[in-house]
Structures are given as C-alpha cells and as structure tokens.
Design a protein around this ligand. Sequence first.
Ligand SMILES: O=P(O)(O)OC[C@H]1O[C@](O)(CO)[C@@H](O)[C@@H]1O
Length: 464
Amino acid sequence: MSTQAIRFDYNNVMADVIGEHGLTEAEIEAALPHAAAAIEAVYAQRADLGWMDLPYQDTSEIIAQAQAVRARADTLVVLGIGGSALGPIATQTALQHPFYNNLPRELRRGPTLFVPDNVDPELNAGLLDVLDLERTVFNVITKSGTTAETMASFIYFREALAKRLGKDKLIDHLVLTTDPKKGALRQIADREGYPTLPLPASVGGRFSELCAVGLFPAAVTGIDINEMLAGAAYADKRSQERDPRKNPAAMCALIQFLLDKKGKNMVVMMPYAQRLRDVADWFRQLWAESLGKRVDRAGNVVNVGPTPIKSLGATDQHSQVQLYAEGPFDKLMHFLFVEQFQLEAPLSNAYPDINELSYLDGKSFSQLLKAEGEATQLAIAEAGRPSMAHYFPAVNAYTLGQFYYMLEMQTAFAGELYNINAFDQPGVEAGKIATYALMGREGYDARRHEIEQARGRSRSEFII
Ligand SMILES: O=P(O)(O)OC[C@H]1O[C@](O)(CO)[C@@H](O)[C@@H]1O
C-alpha cells in the first residue's frame, strides 16, 4: 500500500462494537456477492463513464492555458454552479493557505480566486466592487452551456468587462469550459472566439472535478494537478479490486447501503480539518444527486437515497453532535482525520497554576483537534451509533485526488447496489424547467400557465 494511501476503518459500524444498530459479520458476508456484482456492473459501463478515465488524461492544454492566465491576471473568478463550482471550491480550500486571497502576492502561488456560486444580486454586484477588471479573468464553467445561473453570471460579468475595457478586450478575460460541441455557451465561444477547455460529453457535472472544470482553476492558482491525477489513478487501481473486502470504495458503498436498509438514511461527513470542510460540501452534491431517485432501473417507484449532511469538527461539536449522539438512530458518520497538518499552532505554558487550564500547557492545536476527533468518534460509538473513519496521511494534491476518485467510485457502486441510475438528475431538471417558465423562456408557456394556476389556488387562510 502506498505511504500516501488514505486508510479506511469501519470497525465502528460493527454490531460487536456499537451494539444493535451496527452490522454483523454475517450481514456483511451475505451481501458481498451483491457488492462484487456492483463492481463488475460499473466496470462494464466504463466505456460510457468518461470520468473514470480522467486520471490518465493529457493535461498539457490545461496547464498551457493556466500559465497564460497566471501571466496576465491577478484574480480568477469561476462562474459555475453545482459540479461546476463545488469542486473548484473544495480543491482551493483543501490545498491552499487558509487565507489565500488575503496573502500578499509574493506569498501566494498564483492569482486570487473567487467562486461566487450563486445568483444572489448582492453577492455578484458586491464582487464587482472588489475586482480590478483589467487584471481579472473569468472562467465560465457549464457542461450544458445553458444553465440559468451560470449564463446569467456570464452575461452580467461580460457586460461589466465590455463597459470597462471595451468589447475587443473580452477575449483576454474569459476562458469557457463547456461541452466541445453542444450548448449555447459553445455557440457563443465559436462566434466570439474565446479560449475554451473541453468538458467531455461523457463526464457528468458532479463527476467533473478531475477534468478541466477543477484542474484549470487549480492550475491557475499553482496546484500540481498531475499529482492530483496520480492520486486518482491510485484510487482507480484500488477500486478495480474485484474482492469487495479489499476495495475501499466498494466496501464503503456496501456499508452505507446496508445501514440505510436498517434506517440509517442520513450520512454525515465530518472532517476534523478545516481544509476538508468543502470536500464535504462537494460530496453532498455527488451523493444527493446521484442516489436520490424516484424510480429504479426497471421503472419501479422506489424513492431511495440517503441524505448527505456536512459537518465540521471541532466547530459542529458545539452545534450538531448533541443530535448525532442522542437523537434518532438514523445517521451514519464519516469522520475524516488528518495525521500530519501543514501548519502547526503551538500553545505556550500560560497558566500552569490554574487547574482547569493546565492540561493545555505546551500542547498544540493539532493535538487538541485530533483529541477532539477521537473523543467524538468514541462518544458516537459508545452511544451505539455507526461511524467510519478515513485517515489522510496529509492533505495534499495526491491524497485529495485519491479521495475524490474513491468517493466517485463509491457513488457509482452505490448506484448499482440501489439499482438506480446514478448518472442522471431528473428531479433537478424539473426545477430548471419551472425556472425557465417563470422567467418567460420561449417554449415554456404551458408550464408557466400551470404554475400561475397553482398560485391562484393558494388559500389565504394559510398566509398569516
Ligand atoms: O454544468 P451545468 O450544465 O451548468 O450544470 C450545473 C449543475 O446542474 C446540475 O445539472 C443540476 O444541479 C448538476 O448536475 C450540475 O453540476
């Protein structure tokens, strides 16, 4: 096993450790053939699942374009939503200085990065207040090339650029990441000549972090993207193991599936490292959009899907852990632990004479955070609640790429276990259609009429 391997520990889901809410060895043993079949089924689809091959892509074009942006910009703004924003945010938080944008330029590895990730008017108008547009590049990311939020952001910031710098300068301030052939943004790129990067048709939005979507912003801010891919390739190797017991992604999927069947239908990801906070956010989309489904592959109504929840140690010990420890037995926890932090914050011997504080003397923040993580894990287990732990030797480009890929494979395996299509999102499409109707998009009149009628049926006694 690589010294950079993330270790996966599932002792604390076992019934002999936590009691009746855990899994027995016999339950796991009986389900192993199902997990083995899920592994086979996913690899049988590999030709259609382009994200599975991303660890082996040629990154030279991404790096070349990133170098060009590094040379001409002080700020990169990513305009995207869902998979087109959550991954770039997670990677930045995980691999850069915690106050990266506030560091002086000579201590940063590249331009500052902003990912507004919403169409809130104040957020976007406010962002314009802090940007020096002459030294800003916008990376517009959308697979479909039509998503309302992203295209509205593109129109808004393109207009601001055009007003400030003139239309002929737009080409130096926009890089578009989208489908190589389809969509409105592709059409615009072809018509107006902006530089582009491909978001391959076979890579779904929430599985796109390891293509140009995530790699380009990461490379612009100086992250070693080939190292991320090396980590992902290592996770690919481990995920190909046909024996589920030796395959962390498959085992992790199987445990979550079995516990869901026993009523643990909430999955809490709780990193004990600030760097991994936004990875838990990225995981929420991956897990929720992939597994939350109305029908199974045969068309039966099943309404399945565990609810992913993000949490952060130690912060949420003082907000959520009371519920996790004593509330309903409906949760499974993923603890993410880091063995080696990049920065250390030691504590001095400040108050040796004050009994309640002397235990802190000469310790460090990492000791305290690790102790709090272990203590919470123990308390959750003693309260009879299942949890798993993922141990990162350190958070770096290699382990991050490895973890992303492992979670993607875990999601694909889980899709097979639930017998649903993990790669579509019909529930989100319904919301998109209603938005188009409300915004007056051509071709959506009938839907707008239905919504207006429903509004008319709203009863005043229920409005106070
Ligand atoms: O990349 P696009 O096409 O703009 O889509 C953005 C997001 O919208 C969704 O389609 C629905 O939320 C996600 O799957 C995707 O990541």
